[in-house]
Design a protein around this ligand. Sequence first.
Ligand code: ADP
Length: 311
Amino acid sequence: MTDYIYSIEAKNVNKTYKRKNLEVNALENFNIKIKKGSIHGLLGPNGAGKSTFINILGGLVKKNKGNINICGIDIDKNQKLSKFKIGIVPQELNIDPFFTPFELLELQAGLYGIPKKNRKTEEILDNVGLLDNKNAYARTLSGGMRRRLLVAKALVHSPEMLILDEPTAGVDVELRSMLWNYIRDINNQGTTICLTTHYLEEAEKLCENITILDKGQVIKNDSKINLLNIISTKTVSFDFESKQEIPIELLQFNPKVEKNRLTLSYDKSKVSLSSIINILNKHNIVFLEMSTYESNLENVFTKLISSNGNN
Ligand code: ADP
């Protein structure tokens, strides 16, 4: 087995689509490294180039320039082997309605040349919660079940890396958290995960590292923790029994008063919450409740995308 550090390593990838006399640069000098064993998020607005990159990895779209290694295999030198290393779960629920989940997985295993004795069809169906439906026609499955079936299909050849394109699009809240747990389980068993998502909450929950792309280029590539620290403003609100005079030391924190509530904003990299509380204590101001608010990935994403020349 090839030893490697990055499950995906792409260098200076370019892809231009030509339509009549129109050229679209879908990827321009695109670089990414996805660490083996991680859960990596690929985020970007519509048209950023996410699907193009995934389709290049899957061999459906040909890049114009650049180098890509999948699990240490150069896709230009050994495309067949590199395809064995990854499983891709597409966004569209494109499942033949006349196959049952069992038949579909067996067919897929056959396509990968997996001998019958090495197939894990029932085990995989069980893992995605579809064992009870193994003989049902795919057309009778709900949207959530079809999505799980696509995940199962991508796992048939035990890939070292799983790519999920919008894994929970159109999936209800309950099923979404089940899929998240399942993605974590697959990762815990050693499979590297890359996912694209529109739900920034999803990326925030699952991913250790995140690449944000826009207009075919990487605009940020960092750990989730570092990304969340880009906006260092934190907000704290205190509720009092009655309206309070604001101590002079708190004026620097842009105080806002609404009924018996005082809200302050501060830079968490410079000021600690306890120092604010100490000021209240010094003035013998007793609060009943306190709540804090920190920026989430959505705030950071919006800031980065808008500073890249978008509205
Ligand atoms: P995303 O998945 O981030 O929404 P895409 O990779 O689908 O982005 O698209 C990137 C750009 O490439 C967009 O401007 C899109 O219109 C264009 N594009 C994608 N596929 C094709 C195609 N087959 N022919 C022409 N242009 C395409």
